[in-house]
Design a protein around this ligand. Structure first.
Ligand SMILES: Cc1cc2nc3c(=O)[nH]c(=O)nc-3n(C[C@H](O)[C@H](O)[C@H](O)COP(=O)(O)OP(=O)(O)OC[C@H]3O[C@@H](n4cnc5c(N)ncnc54)[C@H](O)[C@@H]3O)c2cc1C
Length: 383
């Protein structure tokens, strides 16, 4: 008799944590398990702005997935193009794979470009492949242009972090760089308390970044980019940070999802009506009293581990347990400053916040070698 097949799609924080929980079940012959990822390397996504701007090298933020999978779990390097929860089939570029249990851990990817940028070369930063392309273009821009300029569309934390990292790289290289951060809303980071919001604005200004609020890109023609406030920028490199969506959706149209494609899950992380399918990390919309769990490394890590544990429980005919997330806090790095919060209420700012950010990046960064490298970055942070 063949063993139940568990498939994990996505080998980021959530997918790898799920795989680790399945190790015992595989070794005890309860199931066979495969993890599928379109990338042979997993990456430390929060450090991608530093990497894309050329502040830290590629090998500090990546690790081969096969080396981080527990023995007995198969790695399939392939791109998932669709999956059906009813038919229990995953479609990849090269295969159609059946499953008995599925853990969806595909993370998120950049939203498609706005209409005005449909036919223009733009760069994004939500995964290592895109960040590498962005880095090459940025290196080329700094090396070849007399008056380099960058436009970043979207001033959420990703756009702000990228702008600040690029400004720091230009300072390090003694290059003059014009950075424009474009935000269509009237204000930025409105979820922050006013004091922290001001801190972010001061950091943007201190790094020489031009922030255009209540503004959008109105035309891109013959190397000239025009903003709705009348600003004209010549031959800019254009980066996009307008938000994220799910990389792949389920074939079934009636699966409850949020506007950004996150799949709504039950407290056990299983999908309503599909107890054999669980979602974790950025792929999942996990309900909390004031909305949904935010996208963050620690939540992805613990939810992935929980999803893996619940699949093991189901294999043993034991009931699944509800996921109880603990909020360890968050930090937005701002070059030589930061804003953030620890344990839901403790304010974090300045160098302390920066160091916490890079220590967290190092701690979750796959190997002791990467940890020490990012620890060095943490110690130097803010200097
Ligand atoms: C620029 C940036 C900065 C951030 N900073 C922070 C921070 O400071 N602190 C924090 O806590 N969080 C931060 N986040 C959020 C955090 O990175 C995510 O919440 C976390 O990475 C989610 O983990 P995950 O495992 O769900 O997805 P990911 O880590 O994104 O992993 C998803 C995996 O799925 C794979 N995949 C995607 N599509 C396919 C496909 N079609 N087929 C096969 N495989 C596929 C990818 O290759 C990837 O390996 C940041 C995010 C970004 C973009």
């Amino acid at each position: 008799m063949s063993l139940p097949k568990v498939i994990i799609i996505g080998g980021g924080f959530a997918g790898l944590a799920a795989a680790r929980k399945l190790r015992c079940a595989v070794q005890r012959g309860l199931c066979e398990a495969t993890l599928i990822d379109s990338n042979p390397e997993t990456s430390m996504v929060p450090a991608l702005p530093d990497y894309a701007a050329g502040l830290i090298p590629h090998d500090w933020v990546t690790a081969p997935i096969h080396k981080h999978l527990p023995s007995g779990i198969t790695f399939l390097h392939d791109c998932v193009t669709g999956f059906s929860l009813e038919k229990k089939i995953i479609n990849t570029k090269n295969h159609n794979i059946s499953f008995d249990y599925l853990i969806v851990a595909l993370g998120s990817q950049s939203a498609p470009p706005p209409d005005i940028l449909q036919n223009t070369t733009t760069h994004t930063i939500t995964n290592i492949a895109d960040a590498t392309v962005l880095k090459k273009s940025f290196d080329h821009l700094l090396a070849t242009s007399q008056a380099p300029s960058v436009v970043i569309n979207g001033a959420g934390y990703t756009g702000i972090e990228l702008a600040i990292c690029m400004a720091r790289r230009a300072t390090r290289d003694n290059a003059s760089l014009d950075i424009h951060l474009v935000e269509q809303r009237e204000d930025i980071m409105t979820f922050l308390p006013p004091k922290d919001q001001q801190r972010v604005l001061r950091s943007i200004k201190r790094h020489g970044i031009k922030l255009h609020k209540d503004c959008h890109i109105s035309s891109v023609q013959n190397d000239k980019l025009q903003l709705s406030n009348g600003t004209t920028i010549i031959s800019p490199m254009i980066c996009r940070a307008e938000g994220t969506v799910a990389p792949v959706s389920a074939a079934e149209q009636n699966i409850p999802q949020l506007y950004d494609g996150r799949i709504q899950v039950q407290p056990t992380l299983a999908l309503e009506g599909f107890p054999h399918v669980l979602a974790a990390g950025d792929a999942a919309a996990f309900s909390i009293p004031n909305g949904y769990l935010r996208k963050a490394v620690n939540f992805a890590f613990y939810a992935g581990a929980h999803a893996g544990m619940n699949v093991v429980r189901a294999l043993q005919n034991r009931p699944m347990r509800p996921f109880k997330p603990i909020d360890l806090g968050w930090v937005i790095p701002l070059g030589n400053d930061s804003v953030g919060q620890a344990f839901g209420s403790l304010p974090l700012k300045g160098k302390m916040g920066l160091r916490m950010h890079y220590v967290m990046c190092g701690y979750r960064n796959y190997s002791l070698k990467n940890f020490y490298k990012l620890l060095g970055h943490a110690v130097r942070a803010g200097t």
